[in-house]
Design a protein around this ligand. Sequence first.
Ligand SMILES: [Zn+2]
Length: 294
Amino acid sequence: MYSVQSYGYLDLIEGTRQLAGSYPFVSAYVIGKSVMGKPLIALRCGSGPRQIHMNASFHANEWITSALLMRFAADLSAAYCSGEPIGGQQVEQLCRETTLWVVPMVNPDGVELAQRGTSPSHPWNRQLLEWNGGSEDFSCWKANIRGVDLNDQFPAFWEEECRRRGISGPSPRDYPGIHPLSEPEALAMAQFTESIGFDAVVALHTQGREIYWNYRNYEPADAEQLARRLGQVSGYKPVKLTGSDAGYKDWFIQHFRRPGFTVEAGYGENPLPMSNFDQIYVELQPLLLEALRL
Ligand SMILES: [Zn+2]
């Protein structure tokens, strides 16, 4: 479907405009702004009583997840409106029971940096080069534009994560910031999540074809079983993870005691190229569809 080499913030804005313009089923919202002032977009698909959330591109060099999630939102909307099935499943009933809230690009400044690099006119140019060890290749950048790892920013044993990471300042990856939710993108996600109170969440990352479903025994009793369902339809492997804190799904599980999953889509070396898109989507679509039934 995509012949382009990458999927960036402008693609997201155009995709949002098309979806919201084509389907009454879809509404677009701004839930905050990035450090550089880019609106953080949320799409609402449907209006059922069950509230499911999916997000992508917490990590800059995992931007292919934004394209994957937008494709899913588009497929779901088209299926609902046409009455055609997705993957052999009718979705009308599902969509009447469920509202899907999608935040396709949590870290747009970082995505732009990972895809385009910096330039002398970039307001953070000198610092970015310094934080990147002098290299002009930002393709492996995971953090936001201030060198903070947004998925190490949540108030779930954050101090422990800081000790574990042992990184004292801005960095391409793994720096948790000066305090939890110090970054506008992470704060927006926490506030958005509090305001809706989702029944379940899925955070899309790359890579590894794995599903992380637990957090320090705070997860609900059926979390492992739910992860197995997601694994069965996708071929991804449910993994019980220890030794990681302060992630979005960690905070969600601890704070709400509801099912939260990190899905590591695809396999290879980040950033996964767009040439992997179709292959990943084939396994991810049934997983996301099943997540709507959680
Ligand atoms: Zn990630």
